[in-house]
Design a protein around this ligand. Structure first.
Ligand code: NAD
Length: 354
């Protein structure tokens, strides 16, 4: 087929490197602001306080109550603090949960965002926000959600526990996997995703042996940036739908759920588009992309079973029902029985077949 694509451009300024946290103040100033509200989870409060001391008068305060799934009541509290402190922008220091809170504030107040990611989840380069209210998670895309500046400081990822390193990286790989067959993919994203697969396949075994290896950490964070950029540019399909259903309706942990599902959703779609997923099979050294990812995940100690994440076997029927409601477009057509079978395979932790 003759080549044809749209490249929307990259709207976010990116600063990458060890020690780049020191540039936060300059980036706040560059955006024309002087009173940043720093956001973090309670767990990362010490890092947020240290950044506050570093920013000095540029910091209006710290709000350290970010939590998984961006509940709207936490957002309301954060906006009250933002207004009371006279803040004029947000600095989100942490994983996807903290980035989510920053986005929720930004889309309601117009605040500019500087995001400093400390996991590989990949929210920072996207215009996507998932929020929960009354136990329901809804996800939307809007230009007002996309952060203005992202600072990737490798040093902040040295403390990432190995278990979260693995699941967070597989979460990132899932963005690339779906980007390879996205109908709105473009050559820049494809190149970034190919490189991310090459890098992740090489560095995760290194991090398994030496979780604080600074060079391997830098490579992993670079690969995560590539995958985040893919998530921020192209549409996602069955894999992300299933992860949203299991996270949103059954409260399964985000990164772990992506990690367990990934080989199964990859194998399922590989049957329809084997050529598009061939870069994954090649990068992870297998005959098939799904099989190669499952073998790799097992080797690096990733969780392999939904049953280990707190899902009950009795929930699989309802999960299949929810997954076929308002489905995302997918390269391989499916019905409820297909999804039920896929979920059973992931529940049992069996090596996937196409
Ligand atoms: P998280 O942000 O919930 O972090 C998990 C825990 O790890 C937290 O306690 C956090 O403080 C801690 N942590 C983070 N970095 C650390 C580090 N370097 N060292 C030690 N501890 C650290 O987890 P996550 O997987 O990054 O993000 C998951 C959330 O992000 C989900 O709610 C998901 O929906 C969202 N997400 C959104 C998008 C998007 O584009 N909207 C993309 C990916 C993920």
């Amino acid at each position: 087929m003759t080549r044809s694509f749209t490249f929307p451009g990259l709207g976010t300024r990116v600063i990458f490197g060890a020690g780049s946290l020191a540039q936060t103040g300059a980036e706040v100033g560059r955006l024309g602001h002087a009173r940043a509200l720093i956001l973090s989870t309670p767990h990362q409060r010490p890092e947020a306080d240290a950044l506050s001391a570093q920013l000095c008068t540029l910091c209006a305060g710290v709000f350290a109550q970010a939590t998984m799934h961006t509940p709207t009541d936490v957002t309301a509290k954060a906006i009250a603090a933002y207004n009371a402190l006279g803040a004029d922008c947000v600095v989100s220091l942490g994983g996807g949960s903290t980035t989510g809170l920053g986005k929720a504030i930004a889309t309601r107040t117009g605040a500019d965002q500087v995001v400093i990611p400390t996991t590989y989840a990949g929210s920072e380069m996207t215009d996507i926000l998932g929020e929960t209210a009354d136990g329901q998670k809804t996800t939307r895309r809007d230009p007002s959600i996309r952060p203005e500046t992202v600072i990737y400081d490798v040093d902040l990822t040295l403390s990432l526990p190995y278990a979260l390193t693995v699941t967070s990286a597989l979460n990132a790989i899932a963005h690339a996997m779906e980007a390879f067959y996205a109908p709105d993919r473009n050559p820049v994203i494809e190149l970034m995703c190919r490189d991310a697969m090459r890098v992740f396949s090489g560095v995760l075994p290194v991090l398994q042996r030496r979780p604080q290896d600074p060079d391997a950490r830098a490579e992993a964070l670079y690969a995560a940036w590539c995958c985040s950029t893919a998530l921020g540019q192209v549409s996602m399909a069955l894999h992300h739908k299933l992860a949203h259903v299991l996270g949103g309706s059954f409260n399964l942990p985000h990164a772990e759920t992506h990690a367990v599902l990934l080989p199964h959703t990859t194998a399922f779609n590989e049957a329809a588009v084997p050529g598009l997923l061939a870069p994954i099979a090649a990068a992870f050294g297998g005959a098939t992309a799904g099989g190669a990812l499952w073998d790799f995940a097992a080797r690096i100690g990733a969780p392999l079973k939904l049953s280990d994440l707190g899902l009950a076997e009795a929930d699989l029927d309802r999960a299949a029902d929810l997954a076929i409601k308002t489905p995302y477009p997918n390269p391989r057509p499916f019905d409820r029985a297909d999804i039920r079978r896929l979920l059973q395979q992931a529940f049992d932790g069996r090596r996937p077949t196409n």
